[in-house]
Write a protein that binds this ligand. Sequence first.
Ligand code: GLY
Length: 369
Amino acid sequence: MIQFVLETDRELFEEALRFAQHQVRKLIDEHPDFYPMYTQDGRWKHDGPMSNWADGFLPGVMWLFHTRTKDPYWMDQAVRYSTPLEHRKQNGEAHDLGFLFLPTYYRWHQVTRDPKLKDVLIQAGRTEARRFHEKGQYLQSSASENLISIDIMMNVVIILYAARESGDRRLRDVALRHCLTTRRFLIRGDGSAAHEGIFDLETGEFLRQSTQQGYRGDSCWSRGLAWALYGFSASYEYRHDPRFLETAEACADYFITHSSGDGIPPWDFNAPPENRQLPDTSAAAVAAAGLLRLCRLLHDPVKGHFYWSTAVQILRTLCEKYLAKKDKKWEGILKGGVYHLHKELGVDESVIWGEYFFVEALEQALPQL
Ligand code: GLY
């Protein structure tokens, strides 16, 4: 597949990466050792309710900066912010161990190849796998035992990693079965995705699709779809099951055909007229990063190139319309993210996973210089 970045895109993306580093340095200086989640009026530190599922993304951004610049400052900061997460490899209460450890310990291990870091990742994968519900054949959401959530497609990847590195077939089997259950009950025939699904705990029977952050159980919350696009692509990298690739492509095609021409989706593809215009740039960033993974996996170069150029278009729009550069008081990198509309948390703000996947996608799109 021919991949190219126009000279103007290269300048735009490099400038965005410089700005991203500037913002993160400022955050480290002003709020040392603070793990942000979403901004309020552009400020990371506030009294709004926080949860800790997203704590891996800030150190993950630092690892990405280090990979690109090789600046020891970023390595020092990345280690400093990653290390306090280690004990969470044993946390069986959360379904988010992929979100925590793939941006941090996985990237750290890529840099140093220290086997102790791999042990942390394998343990995190084993802990995540303990959430498997045999009757329903799914990894249980942290929100409730009877729930499957589309976000877990991002977290199942840590189990696939642990399975590959440890050779443990049970881990591989759990991950495979979770992916197939998600595909069967949360991905619809048109490639759209439900946010969550409810099971009968006693019988394991699937009851219905549901949501917490999307508009309705039968709607398509755009970030959920982006998690599915990325998660099925990443799962296919570990296990070449053609069903994973087909699903990732179906999600990608729905995402692309239902977003506006500039590539940015509404917060929910079926949102009601009163907030239909509200975008979620974090969904766009996750989708761009997912498309850049997916395009490398395809045998069809025309389709691969289409996904590549769509990802570049999304990044171009994010850089031109949503970079917080002109607003000197804004502490985040990207404006226009949405955390939780119904709870009015982080709406039209910066969100830390949006920052991470934006930087990841920029670094994937720019050819290594
Ligand atoms: N709970 C993950 C998300 O907000 O996307």
